[in-house]
Design a protein around this ligand. Sequence first.
Ligand code: NDP
Length: 396
Amino acid sequence: MAAVLIIGAGGVSNVVVHKCAQVSEVFSDIVLASRTQAKCDAIARSLRRTITTAQVDADDVGQMVKLIKKHKPDLVLNVALPYQDLPIMDACLETKVDYLDTANYEPKDVAKFEYKWQWAYQERYRKAGIMALLGSGFDPGVTNVFCAYAQKHFYDEIHTVDIVDCNAGEHGHPFATNFNPEINIREITQKGKYWEAGAWKEIDPMSVSLDVDYPEVGPKRSYLLYHEELESLVKHIKGLKRIRFWMTFGQAYITHLQVLQNVGMTRIDPVEFQGHKIVPLEFLKALLPDPGSLGTNYKGKTCIGCIFDGVKDGRRKNMMIYNVCDHAECFKETGSQAISYTTGVPAMIGAKMMLTGKWKKPGVWNMEQFDPDPFMDDLNKYGLPWKILEGKTLEN
Ligand code: NDP
């Protein structure tokens, strides 16, 4: 029995709250706080259980500390935006409460995500006797756990990993992003990057692509991007020679994005407009559909997984571990589409791992640093069943 304080009330939060509410034997008390309390109240009304809601500006460490002291949670689960990671980690440190998030910190003025800012808390968290679990979504999150599971059960050495992320769903809008538009567009308009032979290789945004045949979905054009789990996995997977991340985009999405970029709408620096400072990407976010609202008519599936190449008992071994998720089924269960669902379920499971003591050590950790088995069992139990495809490569 434990109390959890969830920060943020967007699409992912809606799933996290629904899932925590379903697992009442672990999450006996739930407090949901965000910048706009009305959004917390709307989520609370959609539940069968009663939870507490509150208002907080999580950029303000003082407000966060006050909120934590008032509700005395065992864990703070951060599903606000990456900008809030550090203030929330500071508040957890001050109050000696465990921390979990789904995306690594990004400074607001540079589109750049790196773990260095959060890894810098390692010693302070260890000394305070508290734990931070970083990136407990799907990618990062489940993809890291798939790597740890492959390393533990199927390989002596993993030589290459290709993380492949396909959304074959249709939401009916000409252009929309599946999670926070500002964060999503920052992610895909920055340079692509992958790791090979001990060094990072940089490429122009969306300049490398290939067709990947996704199980239960079929072939889809996939683009090489930089993604944050690559940074921790190169440190923790034995014998790794190359790791890359691929994501599908339809032609209409890419054309919209190119136009928006060409006219300056994806800029993150403030511009002067009629006496006001406006950040074009923040303004664009206000015009685009709220990702939390996309679920109503979303049809089709996601397929996200890891394709491995390596050696077991002296023999070469190829395989893929993956999950397929159906947008309409996710919506029926939680009122959210599959991108929010595939992020929110692992956030709940990560919190459950910590609160039940299965994953518990003071310090700041990435997902692949723990025993993957109990997490993999819970994925099957709580809505994200996974499968293994033997012999699968990126090309076949
Ligand atoms: P949304 O934009 O839908 O929701 C973000 C929420 O955070 C909103 O309710 C917003 O409040 C709240 N918020 C923003 N700033 C503050 C603040 N200063 N104080 C308090 N609350 C604040 O985003 P998503 O639900 O789509 O995404 C949530 C997180 O999940 C993001 O960090 C995203 O990067 C991550 N993610 C991770 C994935 C993974 O697989 N690992 C995949 C997809 C997303 P308001 O509504 O009032 O603005």
